[in-house]
Write a protein that binds this ligand. Structure first.
Ligand SMILES: NC(=O)c1ccc[n+]([C@@H]2O[C@H](COP(=O)([O-])OP(=O)(O)OC[C@H]3O[C@@H](n4cnc5c(N)ncnc54)[C@H](OP(=O)(O)O)[C@@H]3O)[C@@H](O)[C@H]2O)c1
Length: 498
């Protein structure tokens, strides 16, 4: 009975969403890790659940010589390894694979773009020739060059096309600091308008991250509590058991501050703390996020440089297995100073949050893989139970579990049943899996659909990416060139440096 009532109360907002349109996606970096692990599996899932537009086509562009058939076979093998659905049925693959084509070429060679133009123009269906998404799944240093060559070859145009559209998707990281992000923005702006540009932060495609706005703004009870009068502090944690694996070369140039804090953690923080937007339109939502990020006080590293903690893992044990130290990982400089752990305290200078500390923490080779936001409420006054229990009386908290065990729990205190008088923390839980079953789409499925629909809400705007760099740049500068000291190393399997 309750289930039927809940079903009646479902409010479908999809009718207001833009529709996906028939198009061609050109993936630059078609033989890379991102394409085989994320992009193609996401597109295949969308095909299986009939969410792709029709007609639809993918052209993979990369350097290595191969035929479309060889590329399809490789992708199928990778799909079997990386797909999220354990019982995925591959019977739809042949139909999906008929829309996959490979274009061999070098990013620097203008003839390759002519070849690509010909391949795009070969489509029978006009929409496949007129609506094109260029997805740059390449090294960030190649973003500007590819965009310029696309424009020079006439494939990418800034002006609106009657009866068609051209969009550019750019992977993260977007820049290495504020200066390079500004430069990249200017380079891309020469050939695309902001409306055509989709900067990815895949965290924004996660169900639980999207739910932050629904949770805050479709309920009245929590929003009343969401301020400095009631909240003591907020902790945002993204911890990983894994080390850098095969991505040591990339990570050693990047580090935890650039790889996680500048984008994912600040995005989550913005969604948790922004003001309600005036509407759900993309620019209204993004305006509020930008306003919030701009009001984060940049860490003042001053003379002591102790405005945050950084760390790097040394060998240790995780799950009873020995784990190598960061400097022993493949493709990592054996003298590397790159941080694999960051913990920092940020303040927001606005009326709602003034004085409330936000503790951001992320690291590799920690004891748990977990992403969560813990909103800790102020303690009760020091009378009655608090007067007797002291710090053992747990403060109330609301935890948004982003991944894994996706859900939300409210922690409060309750009486332990019995004749004695005991209090202990208890929880009210919402669990995605129990409530909605196992289906949780991958972030890239949602993001690819949004690009096909031309909705930029879940993508990072130009001023937003620059504002986020302004927050982390002082820290980056304070650490740059300073060798890690003894206290900054932590054992793999521990919670970071002291
Ligand atoms: N992998 C992930 O999980 C992940 C996650 C988040 C973001 N990203 C971002 O996604 C982007 C791609 O990462 P990735 O891991 O997929 O990189 P990758 O595995 O190194 O793949 C790079 C691709 O670019 C192609 N390529 C490189 N130089 C070329 C050239 N001069 N001409 C033509 N093709 C060239 C390579 O083709 P050949 O193999 O034929 O040489 C390969 O297909 C990066 O910006 C990364 O930061 C990746």
């Amino acid at each position: 009975m309750v289930d039927q009532l809940d079903e009646l109360l479902v409010c479908r907002l999809d009718t207001r969403r833009k529709a996906v349109e028939p198009c061609t996606i050109v993936i630059f970096g078609a033989s890379g890790d991102l394409t085989s692990r994320k992009l193609i599996p996401a597109l295949y899932h969308l095909h299986v659940i009939n969410q792709l537009p029709s007609p639809f086509r993918v052209i993979g562009f990369a350097r290595r010589e191969k035929t479309s058939d060889v590329w399809r076979d490789e992708l199928l093998e990778d799909l079997k390894t990386f797909s999220r659905g354990k019982n995925l049925d591959f019977s739809d693959w042949p139909e999906f694979a008929r829309g996959l084509f490979y274009c061999q070429g070098g990013f620097e060679e203008s003839e390759s773009y002519q070849k690509l133009a010909q391949q795009i123009g070969d489509a029978d269906h006009e929409a496949l020739r007129r609506n094109v998404i260029f997805y740059l799944a390449t090294a960030p240093t190649q973003f500007a060059g590819i965009t310029e060559r696309l424009a020079n070859s006439g494939l990418l145009r800034k002006e609106e096309q009657p009866g068609g559209w051209l969009r550019l998707v750019v992977e993260k990281p977007f820049g290495r600091d504020l200066i390079s992000a500004r430069q990249l923005n200017s380079d891309l702006a020469r050939f695309t308008s902001e409306k055509q540009l989709f900067r990815i932060d895949h965290y924004l495609g996660k169900e639980t991250v999207q739910n932050i706005l629904m949770f805050r703004f479709s309920n009245s009870i929590f929003e009343q509590l969401w301020n400095r009068q009631v909240i003591d502090h907020v902790q945002i944690t993204v911890s990983e058991k894994l080390g850098v694996g095969a991505r040591g070369g990339y990570y050693d140039e990047s580090g935890a501050l650039r790889d996680m804090v500048q984008n994912h953690l600040l995005q989550v923080m913005a969604l948790v703390t922004m003001e309600p937007p005036v509407s759900l339109q993309a620019e209204d939502v993004r305006d509020e996020k930008v306003k919030l990020i701009k009001s984060i006080r940049a860490p003042d590293c001053g003379e002591t440089s102790f405005c945050a903690v950084r760390g790097q893992y040394v060998s240790g044990v995780i799950d009873n297995q020995p784990a190598p130290g960061y400097r022993q990982e493949p493709k990592v400089d054996p003298q590397s100073n790159t941080e694999t752990f960051v913990a920092m305290r940020l303040l927001i200078d606005n009326w709602r949050w003034s004085g409330v500390p936000f503790y951001l923490r992320t690291g590799k080779r920690l004891p748990l893989t977990s992403s969560e936001v813990r909103v800790q409420f102020r303690s009760t006054p020091n009378v009655l139970f608090a007067a007797q229990c002291g710090p053992r009386l747990d403060a109330n908290a609301l935890t948004l579990r982003l991944q894994p065990n996706e859900g939300i729990s409210l922690h409060f205190n309750g009486k332990v049943p019995g004749t004695s008088l005991e209090i202990r923390p208890v929880k009210m839980q919402f669990d995605y899996h129990a409530e909605f079953g196992a289906y949780t789409p991958e972030a890239y499925e949602r993001l690819l659909l949004e690009v096909m629909a031309g909705d930029p809400t879940l993508f990072i705007r130009r001023d937003e990416v620059e504002a986020a760099w302004s927050v982390v740049d002082p820290l980056r500068q304070a650490w740059s060139g300073k060798p890690l000291n003894e206290s900054e190393f932590y054992k793999a399997g521990s919670w970071g440096p002291p």
